[in-house]
Design a binder for this molecule. Structure first.
Ligand code: PLP
Length: 382
């Protein structure tokens, strides 16, 4: 049986051995509650503090400006709903979010509406990027919050976040950016000051850390209400005993990646893209658009994503679509629909995402398996 090739790093990335070791060590030897004063508690507090130190320094912010959460979804919810709650009833009652945001942002809308806000979507272009002119037209002094992702998780395209931040600042609006896909990326280093956002959410499992842990950067002076009450943890932003093992695993993942190392990620993705384009795959993002290094998003004109993914899985290639799977069938991707694709086209989007440890050989072998998948699908049709 040929080795499997994992090309779904944007969904989640395998936990690094050093991360698993650190988590095992804490699980076995450190059961204390970080809020306790005794030795066991102090040891647990030290582990949380150490992780916060590592994560804040890689974000380029102060120790106290990072709140740990249960992942990217909660970080975005805390940013958006926490800000909305803290400013409820104020003069600014509009919230703008790009139409291509992850559901963790878009699906805050019902609660925002219940809190009395008007939520509007910022249109995106064919590659899921915010058009600056259209965005500026929507901005005015009644906008409390803007949420625009740094890079799109489906297409991999990168938004001009600095320009968006400048426009927000000019209108006094708070900017949240979902940076889950770009945090510690191989060829896109950034610190929070580079992004210019007031609130930045990140997640551990996209960077070879554990699932169920993430963080929110909060610029000093940005007022948020907690969404989980019942304790003063995370500087009163999130009640509840800390997920000690997960947080320490997150810190270790950041420590492992922060130094940077040579990676063939972009080269592997480019090699693969070029090979499958010769097989008829149509790339969703043009070569000149700034993109994440590992993303290859394509459509095979006659084949639904679901069929392609199932056949590829049988051939030992794990890919994704970025779209939600409900009742056993793929929904058309809301991102592709926002980009102007028809629902039928949107059901054909397949996402291959290479990781920092992927290699060219895997790219070549994966392309050969895509060719085999296409032959198999064609034979079944005839
Ligand atoms: C852009 C983006 N935002 C947020 C999330 C959610 O992160 P988490 O799985 O940690 O809740 C994801 C993960 O799929 C993502 O890709």
């Amino acid at each position: 049986m040929a080795e499997r090739i994992y090309l779904d790093h944007a969904a989640t990335a395998p936990v690094l051995p050093a991360v698993a070791d650190r988590m095992r060590e804490l699980l076995a030897d450190s059961f204390g509650n970080p809020s306790s004063l005794h030795a066991e508690g102090r040891k647990a507090r030290q582990a949380v503090d150490e992780a916060r130190e590592i994560v804040s320094s890689s974000l380029g912010c102060e120790f106290a400006e990072v709140a740990f959460t249960s992942g990217g979804t909660e970080a975005a919810n805390l940013a958006i709903l926490g800000l909305a709650l803290a400013h409820r009833g104020g003069e600014r009652d509009r919230v703008l979010m790009s139409a291509a945001e992850h559901h963790c942002v878009l699906q805050t809308e019902p609660l925002l509406t219940a809190f009395g806000y008007r939520v509007e979507q910022i249109p995106v272009d064919r590659e899921a990027r915010v058009d600056l002119q259209q965005f500026e037209d929507l901005l005015s002094e009644d906008v409390l919050l803007v949420s625009v992702m740094h890079a799109n998780n489906e297409l991999g395209s990168i938004n001009p976040i600095n320009e968006i931040a400048e426009l927000c600042a000019a209108h006094g609006a708070v900017l949240h950016t979902d940076a889950v896909q770009t945090f510690l990326g191989t060829d896109l280093p950034w610190k929070v000051a580079d992004l210019g956002a007031d609130l930045v959410s990140v997640s551990a499992h996209k960077i070879h850390g554990p699932k169920g842990v993430g963080a929110l950067y909060v610029r000093p002076g940005t007022k948020l209400s907690p969404l989980i009450s019942g304790g003063a943890q995370e500087r009163e932003l999130r009640g509840g005993t800390e997920n000690l093992v997960g947080i320490a695993g997150f810190g270790e993942a950041v420590r492992q990646l922060a130094g940077g190392s040579h990676s063939c990620q972009r080269e592997a993705a480019d090699t693969f893209r070029a090979a499958i384009e010769t097989l008829g795959a149509i790339s969703s993002v043009s070569r000149n658009t700034p993109t994440l290094p590992g993303h290859v998003h394509v459509r095979f004109p006659e084949i639904d994503a679901e069929t392609m993914l199932i056949v590829l899985d049988r051939l030992g290639v794990s890919a994704g679509s970025g779209a939600a799977c409900s009742s056993g069938s793929l929904e058309p991707s809301h991102v592709l629909v926002a980009c102007g694709f028809t629902p039928s086209q949107a059901r054909k989007g397949v996402r291959f995402t290479f990781g920092r440890f992927s290699c060219i050989q895997e790219a070549e072998e994966a392309a050969a398996r895509v060719a085999a998948a296409l032959r198999g699908i064609e034979e079944r049709k005839s």
